[in-house]
Design a protein around this ligand. Structure first.
Ligand code: ADP
Ligand code: MG
Length: 354
């Protein structure tokens, strides 16, 4: 394989980008999100009046360090995709602030941000244009941004090689000729075309066979090492988290409830929701203890009318064990996400209560 560093990383806007990169080096988080909010209006009646809102993302705050992988986990419908789409500007936030490399990302015309933060989507079957050749699909962002007019084809072939496809064989291929894993590699090549510093991947392997999953995750890790990429990785699959993430953010009904280093969180989950989530991960043990498994009762509440106080209180196994006068706090008071022992936690009764 040719050395991808020879041309990757030298986009036409590369000089300005490189200067910015060294200027705001290491110390500062690459991405800083504060109180991010995305409400979708709910309309009803023949007049289509707004009668409420889906509180899909409701006050999410976190930082991403350069070169790290933060996994966002949580049940289906908790707002992961909305958060990702709002972050990269596919959705307008209804509140909050996004800072990227120290600068506020405002409005929808931040061209540098749009180039620097790219997305890999879940379903490589739904997101590739069937009528375009692979070469054209990967070139698309370059065409949109007017980059690499002179050596575009060669560069795209090189990108295909970089993601484990063949620049020679796959350039003229159509998506239907490729396997699921190959298609996701095309999706990844497309995301890399503009030489981003951050990639948001929304369930990048959940549509793929188990046997193919590992290869794609390996590729993501290898690309991260090679290009110093920062990843925000959305997944509901804890084995994916374990394999690739540095830190994990646990999301429940539009809010983050616990954020911390993967190993610590897996070894000692503090938020009752994290506990429940992890206990449903199949584990390979000699002596499975199904009785210790914390089952989440019911399905998540309606994000149009989330529970008062702590949103998790209607399904919380810890609350059941509290005294009544304590438990009322969970209904009345929304716990803030606060720093506790090297992680962040939003529970009134952890870490202390057993
Ligand atoms: P996840 O990715 O965690 O499964 P989503 O972000 O897709 O969750 O959805 C969060 C909530 O927002 C869900 O209740 C979903 O029904 C709702 N939702 C998502 N997209 C829209 C939309 N475009 N309009 C209205 N509601 C939406
Ligand atoms: Mg989703």
């Amino acid at each position: 394989m040719s050395d991808p560093n020879s041309t990757l990383g030298q986009g036409e806007a590369g000089d300005a980008g490189d200067a910015a990169r060294s200027a705001d080096a290491a110390a500062e988080p690459i991405l800083s999100v504060r109180e991010l909010e995305k409400y979708y209006p709910v309309q009803s009646g023949i007049l289509g009046r707004q009668t409420g809102a889906v509180q899909a993302v409701d006050g999410v705050s976190f930082d991403l360090e350069r070169g790290e992988t933060l996994a966002v986990v949580g049940e289906s419908g908790c707002g992961k995709s909305t958060m990702a789409e709002t972050l990269i500007g596919l959705n307008d936030p209804t509140g909050g602030e996004i800072r990227f490399r120290g600068k506020s990302v405002g409005g929808n015309v931040d061209k540098a941000f749009r180039r620097d933060v790219q997305m890999v989507f879940q379903d490589p079957f739904a997101t590739l244009n069937e009528r375009m050749t692979v070469g054209r699909i990967v070139a698309e962002p370059l065409i949109i941004h007017g980059e690499r007019e002179d050596d575009r084809a060669a560069y795209v072939r090189e990108l295909l090689d970089t993601v484990g496809l063949s620049g020679e064989d796959h350039y003229e291929a159509f998506p239907h000729e490729l396997s699921g894993g190959q298609r996701q590699r095309v999706g990844i090549a497309r995301a890399l075309a503009l030489n981003p510093s951050m990639v948001v991947a929304d369930e990048p392997v959940s549509a793929l066979d188990v046997s193919i999953k590992a290869g794609i995750l390996q590729l993501l890790e290898q690309l991260q090492d090679e290009f110093g990429l920062t990843y925000l990785l959305i997944t509901h699959d804890m084995s994916v988290v374990r394999q690739v993430a540095d830190r994990v953010a646990v999301m429940y009904l539009g809010e983050l409830v616990e954020v911390g280093p993967v190993e610590e969180l897996f070894a000692d989950p503090q938020h009752p929701y994290t506990e429940a989530l992890l206990s449903s991960v199949p584990r390979v043990t000699a002596d499975p203890q199904p009785d210790n498994r914390i089952q989440l009762p019911g399905s998540p509440p309606d994000p149009v009318q989330p529970p008062s106080g702590c949103r998790f209180h209607t399904r919380c196994h810890l609350r059941e064990r509290l005294d009544q006068d304590e438990a009322v706090r969970c209904v009345d008071e929304d716990p803030e996400l606060r720093a506790v022992d090297g992680r962040e936690l939003a529970c009134h009764f952890r870490p202390d209560h057993e």
